[in-house]
Design a protein around this ligand. Structure first.
Ligand code: FAD
Ligand code: SF4
Ligand code: SF4
Length: 1021
């Protein structure tokens, strides 16, 4: 029987969440019921949903009672009322990219980011904008671009961070030296206090009613504590701890308002959801800088770099200095190891510096900015470093270098093993004159504790990011406390701010009293009491926080266990441990993972939220169309982590929750390339489908798709009959009912006269081994049986270029063609895929071993040889084959660069048409798109344009399935189909068979393989 459970959350008791958690079933039921009945929002209360919202970019994990995704601001208000009735704490959330655990709590998590994200008003004349809290910064700035204005608090997470979350954390960007923090750029806020009243917070001198009273009470507190505030408040720009009690008597380096007025909205900024629930924010905009220049200063020692920052910032007295960002030796080295970034880094280096400072000036007048670079050079000469500055006045090299700075951090975060760079003293801010001594002393602290940190970021404002490597599953928590304590002593010694950028949350709450002393801390408690007397809003955050090292609140507590698992693929590369001092990892397979490396691969996701992006790149198409945490790489990785550690029940990887989370993953490998820590969800999906299939069996549809290579030759004999399905709607409808293939789609058409019919063209194995210009053409099932013209075109192109071509075939002819096993992998039938890959190796390894290129046409097939086939435990032979496997364009681009394509080039004639190129996701993941453009440029006059697209949405069999049709079309409509439609005369090039099909279905245009374009150019007269 469900008795009514009275929950006491008032008074900021240390165990407010525990009480809710203890009664969660009964309360959660009522809460979910009421939310569903009284709002239009999404009510997510399943264990997996709650698990996905139990973490943010911090080390913490607290499972909420439930998750609510309001469809409107009104929904959020109603949810607040319901929570008050039921005494369930409210934990507001934006992108969930907080690093200190601000968004985790055992209450109702309200996610504003999906729907509550409108731009409410743009006032160009007064340069202000009013927005809902869920809008992402980049999206706001894209909206504002046409006005020549922008919102300049440019956090690194600008593609994910919401304005509500940024205000909650008082976030600060790389250019804060010029623009300040959130608090300097918020003009007003509408917010609900926990009693359900909506208030407008703005200028104190204009405030009336309750807001006026609240303001007066806070002012009285501030006045009473004025000497204490003056004595204890850090006098730096970057201080985000506690509440902004100094609004009445500014202690910040930069005044909070331009006219010296007091703005009560600033009390909410940095309050981390503990005072009120933001409904809208009014923001101050700035002019978009028209020009930027960059000076890269090379330093012989790290200390000298840190010591120079205080002098460099003085060049900014005219307001043009916008950033001074640090890149240290480790970052430089990591970037130099990356072939994509090495040339850019080298262009910024003079000799072998120990550190770089990236000094940016921005403004309207380029000539004036270039003069600032001369001033910088002169200053460095005066500081004893003449000739140490690399000048970058142009946009392109600047952009490239900023990218490298970001990528360096990503490489650092991708350290394998249980020790991870942990963010807990990452953003202490010290006055610039002490920066060198502070960083030096903290480095010694790390050394003493057997670890090390890589330094980067905002030298301009004394906030350098650094994350010591700690193993949170073992001794990380006590080690973290010891380092935090020693770091705090240094912060105190140099009169800095312990929490300078990323907020308090669970990690730094206990340091608020340390920073401000008991009197101010008590005043903070009184502010909380004034705004939220019932303690409904994010209780135990800022006020009465838990200890930072309470392992019960952690994602990887010492009790964390992984269910033993024998994965189907080889994950041993992740099954390692690392040495925190050297970052060296142990041999593959020695990490002690009961899931043989699969769990550790999953755990690489540190929840930074980078996959919640909509800009260039592929990751993550299913999130781009759904905006659901569940259908996001992060949500999937979290689901898998919870599953493999038994937190979703005993079924582990074969659970329903895992199946649902991966349902819309199109295996595009966008995450493999774009995720900072290299989470490869496509490969993980194979593993989970394997586990699922073994436990629950495979459907007829799965089997039909997987076994396509087996029956293709036989089926093609009945091409006419089978193709009737595309002409007789009744058959399509029947197909949908019986097999699940969408009746709204045409299926690929079988070819009676296909490539594999009869004798294969080209040279024998012996002939190719003896040839001067040998090549192997690997024709896959799709280009062999459905689009033979592509295989024939590729053959003709290679022949015209003078190659001796051997068409890949089995060692012993059994009437079947060679296959990479891709269709089996898609269904998780790894054993069958292995069998296929073994046949392939038997046939092709002897050729690959002799250095002969294995050239393929279909990206998903050929690139399997460089990816999954190497993870099947097939030994060194697979590595050899991977090295020689190239897509046709990769091969041709390589040969052209070596001067071996002259014969072909003379045969190519202009096509006289624009060319649009859509890259297959796997081509993008393997950096194989630019060769397509390079090769097409061999056609005289051709200027191929790349479509900035994510996944086409077809993704193998995904888009053919009836249940995915709508999502598939939405993915295509994101950018691909509109781009195709906007160029009606263009030749559309798409190397992926499913991409071509999607373009045909969605835009009624025939896209072609690049091989066909080259052949067309050969045939022109
Ligand atoms: C790799 C990385 C880089 C980062 N770089 C920076 C950086 O350069 N500068 C910086 O300042 N930070 C940085 N951060 C931290 C974080 O990204 C920022 O603080 C960001 O602004 C948080 O935005 P969010 O939408 O993810 O907010 P969330 O994390 O979802 O929430 C932040 C806070 O706001 C509260 N909140 C959210 N919505 C509301 C609402 N409607 N009403 C009341 N309270 C609300 C939440 O409860 C929480 O306390 C970084 C984080 C990562 C992982
Ligand atoms: S999947 Fe990758 S990008 Fe997404 S949150 Fe995890 S680590 Fe970040
Ligand atoms: S493989 Fe593609 S769809 Fe799947 S999680 Fe990664 S980016 Fe998203």
């Amino acid at each position: 029987m469900n008795a009514r459970v009275p929950l006491e959350i008032a008074g900021g008791t240390a165990n407010a969440y525990d009480k809710v958690a203890g009664a969660s079933n009964e309360v959660a039921g009522r809460l979910a019921q009421r939310l569903a009945a009284e709002t239009t929002g999404e009510v997510l209360f399943s264990p997996a949903d709650r698990g996905r919202y139990a973490t943010d970019a911090s080390i913490y994990q607290v499972v909420p009672v439930g998750v609510f995704v309001p469809r409107s601001a009104e929904d959020a208000r109603i949810a607040l009322d319901i929570c008050r009735d039921l005494k369930v704490p409210v934990v507001p959330r934006g992108g969930g990219t907080s690093q200190c655990g601000q968004t985790v709590g055992a209450g109702l998590v309200i996610d504003f980011s999906k729907h509550v994200r409108k731009v409410l008003e743009v006032d160009e004349a007064n340069r202000t904008v009013t927005v809902e809290p869920g809008i992402v910064l980049d999206h706001l700035n894209a909206h504002l671009k046409k006005t020549g204005l922008w919102y300049p608090v440019d956090v690194s997470t600008s593609a994910q961070a919401t304005l509500g979350g940024m205000a909650g954390n008082n976030s600060c960007g790389s250019r804060s030296i010029a623009y300040g923090n959130m608090v300097h750029n918020v003009l007003g806020a509408q917010a609900w206090t926990s009693d359900g009243h909506l208030h407008t917070f703005g200028r104190f001198d204009e405030a009336t009613g309750t807001v006026r009273q609240l303001g007066e009470r806070v002012r009285d507190l501030a006045m009473a504590l004025r000497p204490e505030i003056e004595a204890r408040w850090p006098k730096v720009l970057r201080r985000v701890a506690g509440y902004n009690l100094d609004v009445f008597h500014n202690q910040n380096e930069k005044p909070y308002t331009r006219d010296g007025s007091v703005n009560l909205a600033h009390l909410l900024v940095g309050s981390e959801g503990t005072l009120a629930l933001t409904r809208s924010l009014k923001l101050q905009l700035s002019d978009l800088p028209r020009s930027k220049v960059l000076g890269v200063v090379n330093f012989p020692t790290f200390y000298k770099a840190m010591d120079s920052a205080q002098h460099i910032v003085k060049l900014g007295s005219d307001g043009t200095l916008t950033a001074v960002e640090l890149v240290d030796r480790t970052m430089i080295e990591l970037s130099l190891q990356n072939p994509a970034f090495a040339p850019t880094v080298r262009s910024a280096l003079i000799g072998s510096p120990d550190a770089l400072l990236l000094v940016e000036f921005a403004g309207a007048d380029k000539a004036a900015l270039v003069r600032k670079l001369s001033e910088l050079e002169q200053l460095m000469g005066d500081l004893g470093l003449p000739g140490s500055v690399v000048l970058m006045p142009d946009d392109v090299p600047q952009k490239a270098l900023w990218e490298v700075r970001k990528a360096g951090l990503n490489i650092m975060m991708s350290l394998k093993g249980d020790g991870k760079p942990v963010s807990f003293i990452e953003d202490c801010a010290v006055p610039l004159q002490h920066l060198a001594e502070y960083t030096d002393a903290l480095t010694q602290v790390f050394r003493k504790h057997g670890t090390k940190g890589t330094w980067y970021a905002h030298a301009s404002v004394g906030t350098l990011h650094v994350r010591p490597i700690l193993d949170m599953r073992r001794n990380g928590a006590p080690e973290m406390r010891r380092i935090a304590e020693e770091a705090s002593e240094l912060v105190r010694k140099y009169k800095g701010a312990y929490s300078g950028e990323h907020g308090d949350g669970l990690c730094r709450g206990e340091w608020i009293q340390w920073q401000f002393g008991p009197a101010i801390n008590t005043a903070f408690g009184e502010i909380k009491q004034l705004f939220d007397p019932i303690g409904l809003l994010s209780p135990n955050r800022i006020i009465d926080p838990p200890r930072m090292d309470d392992t019960r609140l952690m994602r990887f507590p010492p009790s964390y266990k992984v269910i033993p698992l024998q994965p189907a693929l080889d994950w041993s590369a992740w099954d390692v441990q690392n040495d925190p001092a050297t970052e060296r990892t142990t041999a593959p397979g020695t990490g002690g993972d009961p899931a043989k490396g699969f769990a550790k691969a999953v755990e690489m996701c540190n929840n930074n939220g980078h996959c919640r992006k909509f800009d260039a790149g592929t990751m993550c198409p299913s999130y781009r169309v759904t905006r659901d945490e569940q259908h996001l790489t992060r949500g999937r990785a979290n689901t898998l982590r919870l599953a493999v550690s038994g937190q979703l029940g005993p079924e582990g990887l074969a659970s329903e929750a895992v199946r649902e989370a991966l349902e819309l993953c199109v295996s595009c490998k966008g995450c493999k390339r774009d995720c900072p820590t290299g989470v490869d969800m496509a490969r993980m999906k194979i593993e989970s489908r394997h586990a699922d299939g073994r436990k629950n069996g495979w459907s007829l549809k799965d089997k039909l798709i997987a076994r396509l290579p087996e029956y293709a030759a036989t089926a093609s004999r009945f091409a006419g009959l089978l193709n009737l399905r595309n002409r007789i709607p009744l058959l399509a409808t029947l197909g949908e009912k019986m097999l699940g293939f969408s009746a709204k789609r045409s299926l690929p058409e079988w070819q009676g006269a296909h490539f594999f019919q009869g004798r294969l063209p080209g040279a024998t194995r012996e002939e190719v081994l003896a040839a001067a210009k040998p090549v192997v053409l690997f024709v896959d099932t799709f280009n062999g049986f459905f689009e033979s013209e592509n295989a024939r075109a590729a053959f003709a192109v290679l022949q015209a270029a003078g190659y001796t071509i051997h068409v890949a075939r089995k060692e012993r002819d059994d009437g079947k063609h060679l296959c990479c096993g891709r269709t089996y992998l898609a269904s998780g039938m790894v054993d069958e895929a292995k069998a296929k890959a073994t046949e392939l190796l038997d046939a092709l390894h002897p050729l690959a071993e002799r250095g002969i290129a294995i050239v393929g046409l279909e990206p998903s097939c050929l690139l399997s040889l460089r990816d999954e086939v190497t993870a099947m435990g097939l030994g060194e032979r697979a590595q050899v084959l991977a090295k020689q496997s190239l897509l046709l364009e990769e091969f041709l681009a390589r040969e052209a660069a070596a001067g071996r394509l002259d014969a072909l080039k003379t045969q190519l004639k202009p096509l006289g048409k624009p060319i649009l190129v859509h890259g297959h996701c796997h081509q993008k993941a393997f950096g194989a798109v630019s060769p397509v453009l390079e090769v097409l440029k061999l056609v005289p006059g051709a200027q191929p344009q790349l479509i900035e697209s994510s996944c086409c949405g077809m993704a193998g069999s995904f888009g053919y399935e009836a249940k995915h049709h709508a999502v598939s079309m939405q993915m295509a409509e994101l950018s691909l189909l509109p781009a195709v439609r906007s160029a009606p005369d263009a030749i559309v090039v798409a190397d992926g068979t499913s991409c071509r099909h999607q373009i045909h279905d969605g835009a009624q245009r025939e896209a072609v393989h690049a091989a066909v374009v080259l052949r067309m150019a050969m045939q022109r007269t």
